[in-house]
Design a protein around this ligand. Sequence first.
Ligand SMILES: Cc1cc2nc3c(=O)[nH]c(=O)nc-3n(C[C@H](O)[C@H](O)[C@H](O)COP(=O)(O)OP(=O)(O)OC[C@H]3O[C@@H](n4cnc5c(N)ncnc54)[C@H](O)[C@@H]3O)c2cc1C
Ligand code: SF4
Length: 475
Amino acid sequence: MGKVTGFMEFDRLAEENLPVKDRVKNYKEFVLHLTDDQAKQQGARCMDCGIPFCTTGCPINNIIPDWNDLVYHQDWRNAIDVLHSTNNFPDFTGRICPAPCEAACTLNINNDAVGIKSIEHAIIDKAWENGWVTPQINPNKTGKKIAVVGSGPAGLAAAQQLARAGHSVTVFEKNDRIGGLLRYGIPDFKLDKANIDRRMAQMEAEGVTFKVNQNVGENVSAADLERDFDAVILAGGAELPRDLPVPGRELDGVHFAMDFLTPNNKMVAGDTVPNQIKATGKHVVVIGGGDTGSDCVGTSNRHGAASVTQFELMPQPPEKENKSLVWPNWPLKMRTSSSHEEGADRDWSITTKALIGENGKLTALKGARVEWKDGKMVEVPGSEFTIKADLVFLAMGFVSPVQKVLDAFGVEKDNRGNAKATTDGEGCYKTSKAKVFAAGDIRRGQSLVVWAIREGRQCAREVDAFLMGSSTLPR
Ligand SMILES: Cc1cc2nc3c(=O)[nH]c(=O)nc-3n(C[C@H](O)[C@H](O)[C@H](O)COP(=O)(O)OP(=O)(O)OC[C@H]3O[C@@H](n4cnc5c(N)ncnc54)[C@H](O)[C@@H]3O)c2cc1C
Ligand code: SF4
């Protein structure tokens, strides 16, 4: 523990954000990491409380009290080693993790949680600045070949772990760039894509081969992968979006969120994107209150939308949670993202009844207020309203993986259409097909980057044990 009285002396300090008026002019990251002195002080707030609930709150069990202490003592070199011992990509999580660890922090019971994510961000940025993130090349090759289908955080984490165990790993990605939703879902202003590129370079040096434009089940056959590789990991994500079957769904101007976000990321990457959906000067309504909806808000504001409104079906959560009831679990409470701060009218308990148009083009959204009684949604009589809309983005989550890739391998599915595989006990991460494994959103359903990294790492261990009889990779 760095400073015994640190938690009493210092307040939690948020990372500095560039002003809204400047940051909405471009797609650059705007969250500045803590300075050395700030990080030292924030590290000093950690009480090293004996039972580190933060470590269990973190899906990859980052050893948080240890690196808090190391940062307090300005021992950044060891801090990155401890951080990397559980997390392949703190550059991603230090930027975009919702930080369930902080909800579980003991200081959070009656004070503000330690700024764990901001310290993680500072550690990894310092490590890159100092050249401490280098390839870890295993000179002892096993001669085993593994195919990873999908290059999101689950596929990348699995590939890196397996390459470091001495296996020959090839990542097959259907898109034209590597990274999954890190690349083509999450906007650049939350995660600069240079973060992915430098990890790719590290992994290539470690022996991972990346192949893009390889749609397994379409232009690459599943049978070929099963024949040519000793093991296959399915890490294709959960890409099937939830639709909104209301009158007017077919109107020009109604789009799934990803049809807006993905082309925008391509445009930012320098691609020419024909017929890109532009929110410039338009009245935008985003349906769905999660991360994807929030990213539509931030992107619409950067396009220069005339107005941005976001509707959520569920009731408005409380401003603050009742900590004695929920701690150390992730609480349901009002969350305002940096995109919301940039400007959006938000409303809750709203259902969409119809989308209205003229000559096939969307002009408005007809909605109504709802109440939840005994778990059932009931429309509030007389609450119907119409709001002007040139664009509606459907951001109501993802129902399952695209079934085609699962069917191509013939793996068994669970009742939600995910690849069926357990995460506990013998044979975990194994699908019903011999030598085919599954990890990340394709197995657990729509989730978070940090959970994908966890599953990629754990799955890698199972694959290693399957191929070699035992594994020294961390669980
Ligand atoms: C817009 C948006 C914003 C988000 N923001 C956050 C956030 O801020 N923080 C957070 O923690 N989480 C966020 N998430 C969730 C997070 O991105 C996902 O949970 C995570 O990326 C899942 O990782 P994955 O590796 O399982 O799958 P993905 O990241 O979805 O990657 C799967 C990859 O597999 C490829 N693939 C699929 N099928 C095939 C095939 N047949 N052949 C070859 N390749 C294939 C896909 O093209 C894709 O590249 C967000 C999600 C979205 C949609
Ligand atoms: S990965 Fe997420 S949950 Fe884990 S320590 Fe970092 S911010 Fe917290």
